[in-house]
Design a protein around this ligand. Structure first.
Ligand SMILES: [Zn+2]
Length: 498
């Protein structure tokens, strides 16, 4: 990572640039000049002035696009890839949480770097890390995450996970779910009080927000059903006071939808709106089990949905109503979700899924919308619309450069379409963030990744990587609850907006 050539002035002559226009994405030959981390010029013919410190690159066989924005992932899960089987979210959470509990700051650093490397090697330059430190949020754990992102060279929004309700209070259980089980024995230690968690996040924000112009510190409530109202309000206030994202899972499963009705007597989004949590800074991650009218409410508040199509399919969570959201004018970005529920961090793959998953009855999401969601829209939703997501003069030089001498692009008939539908990352040549090379195909076998991978293997071996059930019997209670909720959802008419 951060291969560190030191060259921040470069010029690509005659490179094919993927460019967003009012009528969609096009590809045209440009000369691209980069200086001091920014795009200094973008012209149809090469500049005539020679600048001696400038690295000059023949772009004839290259294609540039804005670096991809991965608007939802969880760095601690990079060490847990493959640990969870085919399970619905509530049971998957039991399996996935065990191996990430009690890690050292060095383990956390390695886990973060694994994801950063994978993302850079597939064209991602900007990431939202919805990071949970287990068992409790800590300054040391968050510092390890931030340092890793700084070392990686990527741009990041770190949204520390906060939640203050005990797991048994976050799901719609009934007494019968615990028949034959000792409910008291399934109770976990209570999380840290909400104000202690918010103090840790505030201090973390003071230490890291704005670091090298690449780190934003937001706030990441795990999900409304896992948070008290007072914590959700505090998180909304933090987001407003610092003008940073409020990043929150919402309505990922039908059980969460039911929990909302049982606890609040109304839909989950209506409740979030009552608390003042729906604003232009709000990221609603997943938004699958919406109520009628929710799409219009989200649009009216200017909030955004983060769509994670691969994760949703992996966990069998349901299908995000993307066409209805787009029709309502909701802003949508894309995310991979974690490496334990995807199980990759490849935004090229996610972009293809988003483009194809919702096509039916002659209606198509389209390549253009998938590309925008993964670049310019993603950056806007992260509060970075004036910084990255487009190739234009003045923007940060966050750019993915592909070779055109690759299966996906030969013959080259339609560059945007071939990028979204045919490219996996194999054609990636190098990646810039703020004008610096953060990944290059020539470095793929270099020592840095090998050392990182060796350390990751050691950590995995030390932990055993065989997740034990957090509490014996809890999986049975959850299974009973899910069976009941699923039957109720199937029997209910006219709901939800799905
Ligand atoms: Zn997630």
């Amino acid at each position: 990572m951060m291969t560190g050539s030191g060259v921040t002035a470069r010029r690509y002559d005659n490179i094919l640039c993927l460019t967003e226009t009012a009528s969609g994405w096009t590809a045209k030959r440009q000369s691209l000049r980069i200086r001091d981390g920014r795009i200094a010029g973008c012209t149809s013919s090469p500049p005539t002035d020679l600048q001696p410190d400038e690295l000059r690159i023949d772009g004839t066989q290259l294609m540039a696009m804005p670096g991809l924005v991965n608007a939802h992932t969880h760095s601690p899960d990079n060490l847990s890839r493959g640990c969870a089987g085919d399970l619905p979210l509530e049971l998957w959470s039991l399996a996935s949480s065990a191996p990430r509990t009690g890690r050292s700051p060095r383990d956390i650093h390695v886990s973060t770097m694994l994801g950063a490397l994978e993302m850079a090697s597939t064209g991602t330059t900007c990431v939202v890390d919805h990071v949970r430190i287990s068992p409790d949020i800590s300054a040391e754990g968050l510092d390890a995450v931030a340092q890793a992102w700084l070392d990686s060279g990527l741009r990041v929004v770190i949204a520390p996970v906060v939640s203050d309700l005990a797991p048994l209070d976050t799901m719609p259980f009934v007494d019968a779910d615990f028949t034959g089980l000792d409910r008291a024995a399934l109770t976990s230690a209570p999380p840290l009080p909400w104000h202690d968690q918010m103090e840790i996040v505030a201090a973390f924000h003071d230490r890291w927000h704005g670091a090298e112009g690449r780190i934003t510190v937001g706030i990441g409530p795990s999900g409304p059903q896992r948070c008290s109202d007072i914590l959700l309000r505090a998180a909304a206030t933090f987001s407003a006071d610092h003008n940073v994202p409020f990043h929150c899972h919402v309505l990922e499963t039908s059980a969460q939808r039911q929990m909302g009705w049982e606890r609040y007597g109304k839909g989950m989004l209506a409740h979030l709106d009552d608390l003042g949590c729906l604003t232009a800074r709000t990221h609603l991650v997943h938004s699958i089990w919406l109520e009628p009218g929710d799409a219009e409410l989200i649009a009216a508040r200017g909030a955004a949905v983060i769509h994670n199509p691969v994760s949703n399919a992996r966990l069998g969570s349901g299908t995000c109503p993307l066409p209805a959201l787009l029709d309502a004018g909701v802003r949508v970005a894309l995310g991979t979700d974690s490496a334990c529920c995807n199980d990759s961090n490849n935004m090229l793959e996610t972009m293809k899924w988003a483009a194809l998953r919702h096509n039916k009855h002659g209606r198509f999401t389209g390549i253009d919308r998938a590309l925008s969601a993964a670049t310019s829209k993603g950056a806007e939703i992260l509060g970075l619309g004036g910084v990255c997501g487009r190739i234009a003069p003045g923007m940060a030089a966050d750019i993915a450069v592909f070779s055109l001498n690759a299966p996906a692009f030969v013959p080259l008939n339609n560059a945007p379409r071939q990028l979204v539908l045919a490219e996996s990352g194999a054609a990636l040549d190098h990646v810039l963030v703020a004008g610096r090379v953060v990944w290059s195909s020539g470095d793929h076998g270099a020592d840095a990744p090998r050392a990182l991978w060796a350390e990751a293997r050691e950590i995995a071996t030390a932990y055993g990587q065989t997740p034990a059930a957090a509490k014996p019997g809890l999986d049975l209670a959850i299974s009973r609850m899910l069976t009941r909720v699923t039957e109720n959802s199937a029997n209910k008419e006219g709901t939800p907006c799905h």
